[in-house]
Design a protein around this ligand. Structure first.
Ligand code: CDP
Length: 209
């Protein structure tokens, strides 16, 4: 069974994907980390984020890198990731490894922006997780403060809106629900309630393959 979880920044998709993976004993790939790690390589080597050749070699070289999650999860890397993620050649360089992950015999859970539309269009379960921009900004501000970053709500809300726009308007694999995705709005749901709703969607998809 392939479970595809997509949605905008701080919608709760990562938490839901992790919880579903643990529940069903499936491997989980947070595909945002691939774009964050690509951006990190460019920033570390002093390259511009829009240098296509450098960005493609950074994406291709990722298997060799240690995914140092702590730094990748920071605010700067989320913004930088959405810039490199708009480069079609970077997306192309990362498709194979995501498809190989999705094709594991026991199945997999992947979360990102284009899992149900591009990476695994045949996924048995597709959930598009969303929430109001204000709620997402509150969650992201709490998360970043928990990581020790000094952030204010207003600028995080602005980041979220900018990122939604960049991710939705890019030409290649824009952020949008697959036609057969179920929409899960978590604006008024806590983690437990959101997970329960996602689980019900998986169960409604029928017997697991
Ligand atoms: O947790 P959050 O949604 O803020 O970030 P993320 O999922 O780690 O994604 C960071 C950025 O990577 C997004 O804003 C997208 O531009 C990009 N991304 C993408 O284009 N396609 C994916 N499958 C996953 C992430």
């Amino acid at each position: 069974m392939i479970i595809a979880i997509d949605g905008p920044a701080a919608s709760g998709k990562g938490t839901i994907a992790r919880r579903l993976a643990a529940h069903f004993g499936l491997p989980h790939l947070d595909t945002g980390l691939l774009y964050r790690a690509t951006a990190r390589v460019l920033l570390d080597e002093g390259s511009r984020l829009d240098d296509v050749d450098k960005a493609v070699s950074a994406a291709r070289g990722l298997a060799l890198l240690d995914f140092d999650e702590e730094r990748l999860r920071g605010r700067e890397m989320g913004e930088a990731a959405s810039v490199v993620a708009a480069i079609p050649e970077v997306r192309a360089a990362l498709i194979d490894m995501q498809r190989v992950f999705a094709a594991r015999p026991q199945g997999a859970v992947l979360d990102g922006r284009d899992i149900g539309t591009v990476i695994a269009p045949a996924a048995q379960v597709k959930i598009f997780v969303t929430a109001s921009a204000e709620t997402r900004a509150q969650r992201r501000a709490l998360e970043l403060r928990g990581r020790g970053e000094r952030v204010d709500y207003a600028s995080i809300l602005e980041d979220i809106r900018k990122r939604d726009q960049r991710d939705s308007e890019r030409s290649d694999a824009p952020l949008k629900p697959a036609e057969d995705a179920k929409i899960l709005d978590t604006t008024d749901l806590n983690i437990e309630a959101a997970f329960a709703a996602a689980l019900a969607m998986v169960d409604a998809a029928g017997p697991r393959l």
